[in-house]
Design a protein around this ligand. Sequence first.
Ligand code: ZN
Length: 156
Amino acid sequence: MAIRNIVKTGDDVLLKMCRPVEKFDAKLWTLLDDMYDTMNMANGVGLAAPQVGLLRRIVVIDVGEGRIELINPEIIAQSGEQDGAEGCLSFPNQWGMVKRPMHVTVRAQDRNGKTFELSGSELLARAFCHEIDHLNGVCFVSRAYRMVDPEELEAE
Ligand code: ZN
């Protein structure tokens, strides 16, 4: 296991388009394992490859329901709406109110290149949207309609 450095706001790598993954090899598996360990060490629920400095379409997520790995993911269906505070490991101590769909279905490849579909609601739907945004160079602060004081969140 190796913990990678998490890129923080101000680094241009967070604002660029990621390229698709074409090779499903041991190097990819190591990266996925490292990303998952790095996310857990930082107490996050999701991490995208640009956050460890790599412009590749790779996401790991764990909202408490187990490990999810998404290679070359795309959102194929979404419905409803949720409104809530969102944060990001690349923006320490920053929280913003972001509206997201309540239900999201993604199509992606697994670590062996096999295509699958997965649906999620609430926090998982939010994580799908947030992490796939990262692959397109979009950070949550540009989607937030209002930034929130962390103390305000603790009071709720
Ligand atoms: Zn993020």
